[in-house]
Design a protein around this ligand. Structure first.
Ligand code: AMP
Ligand code: GLY
Length: 425
C-alpha cells in the first residue's frame, strides 16, 4: 500500500514511523513533510493547505490511503475533497472539524448536550465584550479567539487591563485575522490538565493512553504559551476512576452530540481536560492528534496503526485491536532560542548515537545547499523515550536530548517533573 500523510511536524514523523511497522506499507508520501521526515518518507513539495494541489497530486499518484493530521487542511475540507475522488482517508470532514475550528461551535455544543466545561459568554462586538469585563466578573478570566490561531488565541487575563488588551488585539487589531472577530470569554478553571487522544468512528470511542503536555516555554511553567515543549504518558492524574467518568460524562456524550448535529466525527478526537474539584471539564477539543502528545502516545501503541485507521474509516473500530504497552514515555522538545517569538535558524544539527528505546521526531528542520540537516523552525525536533517507569523514561529522553546539538538551542529541563512528583504522593 502507498500512503499519503499530510503535515510536516514531529507528530507526522511519529505517525509515519508507526505506519511503517505494517509490512503492507510500501511508500509513504509526506506532504509536505520536512528534511528529517525525508529520511523515512518521500516528501512532496505541496503546502498542506493547498487542497486543490493535493487533489491534483492524489489523482495522479493514487495513494491507497490518506492520513490528514493538521487542523487547517481538516477545516478546509481536505478529507471531503480526497474522499470525493475515491481516496479513503483517516480524519474528520470539514463539518466535523468545526469542533476545533470554532470555539463558539464547541462551547455551544457542550452547553446544548450538558457536557461539562467552563461557563462562558460569546461576543461578536468589541463594545459588548468590553462592557461584560466591567460587569463585576471575577479574575483571572479567559479570552479565546473563536477560530484557529496557531495555538495563540487563548489569553489568561489576570485583571481587567490584560483582558481588555486581549480583546483589543483579537477584535480590533485583528492579530488573528478573522479568527478573532468573535470571542469567547470563559470562567478560569483550576486543576491538573490532561490530554486524551481518542480514536473514534462515530460509533465507538477508544481512548489512547493519556498524556501531559508542557505548554509554557520555560521551566516551572513560566514564559509564553507554545505549541508544547514536551510530554509524558501516561498522565498520573488520569486514574481509572477519572477515565471512567470521562467516558460517561464527556467522550460518549461528545460523539453522540456530533451525530445528533449531523456531523459524525471519524478520526482522532483530542480532549483537552481540566480535572477540577467539581470533576473533569473540557478545556478544548482538537479534531486531530496533538503535537507533541503523539510523540509519546504512539511509541506506546502495540497494535497496528494502519489497521486501526482503516477500521475507523470503515466504521469498524469496535472490531479493531487497540493495545498500549504497560510502559511510560517522555518527549523533550529541542527548540530555537527565542521561540515562540523571534528566533534565528539555519544552524546545522549534530546527532550522536542515541541510546536504545530513544527516537528523534523532526519538526522545524530543513536541508542546506549541501543537504545537511539544519534548524528551520521554532520547535526543531523532539526526542522521545520509552521505559518501564516514568522516571526512567524522563531520564532516557534527556540522555537522548544530550546527543543532539545545534547552535542557539534550548529545551525545558523539567519535562515530566510534575508527573514524577504526583507519582511520589
Ligand atoms: P488552548 O490554546 O485552547 O489549548 O489553550 C491553551 C491553554 O490555556 C490550555 O492548555 C490551558 O492551560 C489554558 N486554558 C484554556 N482555557 C482555560 C480555562 N478556562 N481555565 C484555565 N486555563 C485555561
Ligand atoms: N499540544 C497541544 C496541541 O496539539 O494542540
Amino acid at each position: 500500500m502507498n500512503i499519503l500523510v499530510i503535515g510536516s511536524g514531529g507528530r507526522e514523523h511519529a505517525i509515519i514511523a508507526k505506519l511503517k511497522e505494517n509490512e503492507k506499507v510500501n511508500t509513504i508520501y509526506a506532504l509536505p513533510g520536512n528534511a528529517g521526515i525525508a529520511q523515512v518518507a518521500e516528501c512532496v513539495g505541496i503546502a498542506a493547505t493547498d487542497i486543490s494541489a493535493i487533489v491534483n497530486w492524489a489523482e495522479q499518484n493514487k495513494p491507497d490511503f490518506a492520513v490528514v493530521t493538521p487542523d487547517d487542511p481538516l477545516a478546509l475540507g481536505c478529507v471531503d475533497a480526497l474522499e470525493a475522488i475515491g481516496i479513503p482517508c483517516f480524519g474528520p470532514t470539514a463539518k466535523a472539524a468545526q469542533i476545533e475550528a470554532s470555539k463558539v461551535f464547541a462551547k455551544d455544543l457542550m452547553k446544548k448536550y450538558g457536557i461539562p466545561t467552563a461557563a462562558y459568554e460569546v461576543f461578536e462586538s468589541f463594545q459588548s465584550a468590553k462592557e461584560y469585563l466591567q460587569s463585576g466578573i471575577s479574575y483571572p478570566t479567559v479570552i479565546k479567539a473563536d477560530g484557529l490561531a496557531l495555538g495563540k488565541g487563548v489569553t489568561i487575563a489576570a485583571n481587567r487591563e490584560q483582558a481588555l488588551q486581549a480583546l483589543e488585539d483579537a477584535m480590533q487589531n485583528k492579530v488573528f485575522g478573522e479568527s478573532g472577530s468573535r470571542v469567547v470569554i470563559e470562567e478560569y478553571l483550576e486543576g491538573p490538565e490532561v490530554s486524551v487522544l481518542a480514536f473514534t468512528d462515530s460509533k465507538t470511542v477508544v481512548p489512547m493512553v493519556s498524556s501531559m503536555d508542557h505548554k509554557r516555554a520555560l521551566d516551572n511553567d513560566e514564559g509564553l504559551n507554545t505549541g508544547g515543549m514536551g510530554t509524558v504518558a501516561p498522565n498520573p492524574y488520569y486514574t481509572a476512576a477519572v477515565a471512567n467518568r470521562c467516558m460517561e460524562e464527556i467522550f460518549l456524550p461528545t460523539i453522540n452530540a456530533m451525530n445528533r448535529e449531523g456531523r459524525p466525527f471519524k478520526g482522532c478526537l483530542y480532549f483537552g481536560l481540566m480535572l477540577t474539584e467539581k470533576g473533569p471539564k473540557v478545556i478544548e477539543y482538537n479534531c486531530r492528534f496533538g503535537d507533541p502528545e503523539t510523540q509519546v502516545v504512539l511509541p506506546l501503541l502495540e497494535s497496528d496503526l494502519l489497521e486501526i485507521m482503516m477500521a475507523v474509516r470503515e466504521e469498524k473500530l469496535a472490531e479493531a485491536d487497540v493495545k498500549f504497552a504497560d510502559k511510560c514515555a517522555c518527549c523533550v522538545i529541542k527548540a530555537s532560542k527565542g521561540y515562540p517569538q523571534k528566533y534565528q535558524s539555519g544552524f546545522p544539527i549534530e546527532i550522536g548515537t542515541l541510546p536504545t528505546d530513544c527516537a528523534i521526531f523532526f519538526a522545524g528542520v530543513k536541508a542546506d545547499a549541501s543537504g545537511r540537516l539544519c534548524t528551520g523552525g521554532g520547535r526543531v525536533l523532539g526526542v522521545s523515550a520509552v521505559a518501564a517507569s516514568a522516571k526512567e523514561a524522563v531520564a532516557l529522553a534527556y540522555k537522548g536530548a544530550e546527543c543532539v546539538h545545534f547552535e542557539n538551542e534550548f529545551m525545558r529541563k523539567d519535562i515530566g517533573s510534575k508527573a514524577l512528583k504526583a507519582l511520589e504522593k
